[in-house]
Design a protein around this ligand. Structure first.
Ligand SMILES: CC(=O)N[C@H]1[C@@H](OP(=O)(O)OP(=O)(O)OC[C@H]2O[C@@H](n3ccc(=O)[nH]c3=O)[C@H](O)[C@@H]2O)O[C@H](CO)[C@@H](O)[C@@H]1O
Ligand SMILES: C=C(OP(=O)(O)O)C(=O)O
Length: 428
């Protein structure tokens, strides 16, 4: 087991290149199951979620090659192998195996997913969608059993705007008979990316990126080549870091339109942010103003940037309110930030940050992926050395983090934990 050590307090400068989007990758890879010939995806991030999905596709008989961030999946030999346990529990997005395997084989057994613990994360809307398409869905000892004689297009209104349910229903519907209409669909850029791949595979999808998606089912799908979109959350994390500590940080390979809510909030704080075609330049300021943020579905402020943004707010003058309307309990990073001298109160779905304070290095633990990002940013802002444990969460979503940070002039390194430290961590 390893920990991350950060020597904080130094300004950052230079260029950082953003990798492919985790939340696209984890849907694009299962989507390849639906084809009958090889699919190649370019620009995948070096993250554990991608490795785990590769292993899962191999378990069901896929031939998968992954090198230089490019994955080619030959799905022709795949079978509907039950996956009730094991790797499926290591990530959230294993739920996309349900839609993709149901779409291709009309049956699937998939264990309930893992992923970040952000409070309750039900999948009732996914199940509602599968049932509307004609599947019977049961939960047996923690695994979801899906079976259908045939899948028939249906009109499905999502009671909750859900990224996962929107994509999962698309996956199940592309090879169903007739037309499926998803109403109140999520509009995140990753949904458009998945629809683009499926369309290149021969699917007929209209309206991805709006709240009504129409899918006309086709008999079969074929292989193709697809380039993934850049990760707007990874980009946002480096932009926030640039806003906190940057003497001039250029974040390269971004789609600035995906980050408008973040850019607006940073400008309101007094951060210098300039968006180019596929780059964003950011420079901190000696005094930052407090702002309130409320997370919302896209194009609102992303919940996945709420935790990293909270670290930045510790430097702002005054009181900032952070409200998470998507995950009301996504505040496990706050106790750790307090250990680092932050002054933050949690009241219901909101955290109130008082600043400015000078953060101090400390030993902290990442409870989930973006809590990890928040602590890394805090460590870089802090005086002294910070040690972050729980790296398995951070490795789910940040490609080559140490190299990218050190490329900006940070001093960050991974170190093996002693046996005592590893034992202590297990008991916390
Ligand atoms: C792999 C992936 O893409 N993960 C992202 C995805 O997660 P995920 O797809 O799991 O998140 P959803 O968009 O589905 O969740 C949004 C909200 O709807 C609720 N809900 C969701 C589904 C459902 O069937 N019933 C229900 O009540 C959730 O509890 C949550 O409050 O979108 C989240 C919200 O942008 C991001 O934080 C995650 O990074
Ligand atoms: C919550 C996240 O991921 P997941 O849904 O994969 O757990 C995230 O990326 O911040």
């Amino acid at each position: 087991m390893e920990k991350l050590k950060i020597a904080g307090g130094y300004p950052l400068k230079g260029t950082v290149r953003v990798s492919g989007a985790k939340n696209s990758a984890v849907a694009l890879i299962p989507a390849t199951i639906l084809a009958d010939s090889p699919v190649t995806i370019e620009g995948l991030p070096d993250i554990s979620d991608v490795e785990i999905l590769k292993g899962l596709l191999e378990e069901i008989g896929g031939h998968v090659k992954l090198s230089d961030n490019e994955m080619t999946v030959d799905p022709s030999g795949m079978i509907s192998m039950p996956l009730p346990n094991g790797k499926v529990k290591k990530l959230r997005a294993s739920y996309y195996l349900m839609g993709a395997m149901l779409g291709r084989f009309k049956k699937a057994v998939i264990g309930l997913p893992g992923g970040c613990h952000l409070g309750p994360r039900p999948i009732d809307q996914h199940i509602k969608g599968f049932e509307a398409l004609g599947a019977s869905v049961t939960n047996e000892q923690g695994a979801i059993y899906l079976r259908a004689e045939e899948l028939r297009g249906a009109r499905i209104y999502l009671d909750v705007v859900s990224v996962g349910a929107t994509i999962n229903i698309m996956l199940a519907a592309v090879r169903a008979k007739g037309r499926t209409v998803i109403e109140n669909a999520a509009k995140e850029p990753e949904i458009i990316d998945v629809a683009t791949l499926l369309t290149n595979m021969g699917a007929r999808i209209k309206g991805a990126g709006t709240d009504v998606i129409r899918i006309d089912g086709v008999e079969s799908l074929h292989g193709c080549r697809h380039t993934i979109i850049p990760d707007r959350i990874e980009a946002g994390t480096y932009i926030i870091l640039g806003a906190a500590m940057g003497e001039g940080v250029l974040v390269d390979n971004v789609i600035p339109q995906h980050l408008e809510s973040l850019i607006a909030k940073l400008s309101e704080m007094g951060v210098y942010v300039e968006a180019g075609d596929d780059q964003i330049f950011v420079r901190s300021s000696s005094s930052l103003k407090a702002v309130d943020i409320k997370t919302l579905v896209y194009p609102g402020f992303p919940t996945d940037l709420q935790q990293p943004f909270t670290s930045l707010l510790t430097r702002a003058e005054g009181s900032s309110m952070v409200t998470d309307t998507i995950y009301g309990a996504r505040f496990k990073h706050i106790d750790e930030l307090r250990r680092m001298n932050a002054s933050i109160k949690v009241e219901g779905r909101s955290a109130i940050v008082s600043g400015p304070v000078q953060l101090q290095g400390a030993k902290v633990k990442a409870s989930d992926l973006r809590a990890g990002a928040a602590l890394v940013i805090a460590g870089l802002m802090a005086e002294g050395i910070t040690e972050v444990t729980g790296l398995e969460h951070i490795d789910r979503g940040y490609s080559n983090l140490v190299e990218k940070l050190n490329g900006l002039g940070a001093t960050v390194w991974r170190e093996a934990m002693t046996e005592d430290e590893a034992e202590q961590l297990k008991n916390t």
